[in-house]
Design a protein around this ligand. Structure first.
Ligand code: ADP
Length: 357
């Protein structure tokens, strides 16, 4: 969903540990979404602050301030926007930046909103420029100028809008132009989830899907979910299939580990692509530094796939570092693949300076 590049998008879509929603996710997610703030797991700060914003608006009988949610895919931005609508007892309209290419597309949506409606605009950073400028005025004054006609004869017809709440979502708030960012009354950054929170997500989803799971099974799946509820829910479904076919249906640690071994998702949530990149870096290039293009050729992937699909998680996990001289494996990478760094490591290839001994 967030990949501008087709190769990266294809590679991401096929992955069991990809964070963007696939078709199956979309079908199942509706049933798994928490319906109110009380059910929403983790993100304590965001929840607490949002709770205050919504309560205050309700007490004033007003429409809630515009909300900007930033964070990686699958962390619950769409879910939160639906919760905002539910808590405000307001209807919700869902659209996304890429779907709004012309200012007219946005004008059509805005002019059909009901009073108090929540407009969820996913990937808001990918809206076209003219639409973005129209949105400024709509957010601030609840008004848009609809341009009728072309060229010198064109006239702007002002159109009053009912008050509404815009919930914008973006992978990074830094991608938004400051004038847009400043028009949000409340901005929240969503963090990756800790293992305990993911375990709660998994137990909750297992309950809703009528799947039996013990705490060790939930912990095993949580550890492989890359801090992302969407991935946790997806892995749970795959493990459930395995438990039904190969065992008595109960998900234990052994069953979860065996199931995810079949799908090549390892104990830290790395999949075949991630491990391929790491293995090439360690085995072929002694841990680096090596250039991105060379590394990509070695694993038989496009440069963009390595850079945009595999590397972000490896970097986040502290397994790989991007340095001006190329990609470098960290000591944790050697340990994760059960390999010993060559003795020459400590002299001269850059690891010494980067990571100490
Ligand atoms: P995003 O919009 O950030 O990509 P979503 O809101 O679509 O993410 O969340 C993906 C799935 O993960 C949802 O179906 C929901 O079931 C689950 N999920 C996300 N956040 C939470 C949470 N805090 N508690 C429970 N489930 C969650």
């Amino acid at each position: 969903m967030n990949w501008d590049d087709t190769t990266g998008a294809e590679a991401a879509a096929e992955r069991l540990v990809g964070a963007a929603a696939d078709g199956e996710d979309q079908a199942v997610e509706a049933a798994l979404r928490p319906k109110d703030l009380g059910e929403f797991i983790g993100q304590e700060k965001v929840r607490e602050q949002l709770d205050l914003v919504l309560r205050a608006a309700r007490a004033r009988g007003a429409t809630a301030d515009h909300v900007l949610l930033s964070g990686a895919p699958g962390l619950g931005k769409t879910t939160l926007s639906m919760i905002i609508a539910a808590e405000m007892e307001a209807p919700i309209r869902i659209t996304s930046g890429p779907a709004i290419q012309h200012a007219g597309d946005l004008a059509a949506i805005l002019s059909s909103l009901q009073e108090g409606e929540v407009l969820f605009l996913d990937e808001i950073h990918r809206m076209s420029r003219p639409a973005e400028e129209m949105l400024y005025m709509a957010m601030e004054d609840f008004r848009v100028d609809v341009i009728v006609g072309k060229g010198p004869g064109a006239t702007a017809i002002p159109l009053e809008l009912p008050p509404f709440t815009l919930v914008g979502a973006t992978t990074r708030a830094g991608l938004l132009p400051p004038p847009l960012r400043d028009r949000f009354g409340f901005t929240a950054h969503m963090e990756f989830y800790g293992p305990g929170e993911l375990e709660r997500v998994i137990h909750r989803s297992a309950g809703l899907l009528d799947v039996e799971i013990d705490p060790t099974g939930a912990a095993e799946i949580a550890g492989r979910s890359r801090g992302t509820p969407r991935i946790a829910n997806r892995l749970l479904r795959r493990v459930r299939d395995y438990a039904q076919v190969k065992a008595d249906g109960l998900i234990t640690q052994e069953i979860a580990a065996a199931a995810l071994a079949v799908y090549e998702v390892d104990a830290r949530g790395l999949d075949r692509l991630d491990r391929g990149v790491l293995e090439a870096l360690l085995k072929l290039f002694g841990g680096g530094p090596v250039g991105l293009s060379t590394l990509a050729v070695a694993v038989g992937e496009e440069r963009e796939t390595v850079e945009e699909v595999a590397e972000p998680f490896l970097v986040r996990e502290g397994l790989l570092a991007r340095t001006p001289r190329g990609r470098v494996a960290t000591p944790a990478a050697w340990a994760h693949l059960g390999l010993t760094p060559p003795p020459s490591q400590s002299s001269g290839n850059g690891q010494q300076d980067l990571f100490g001994a």
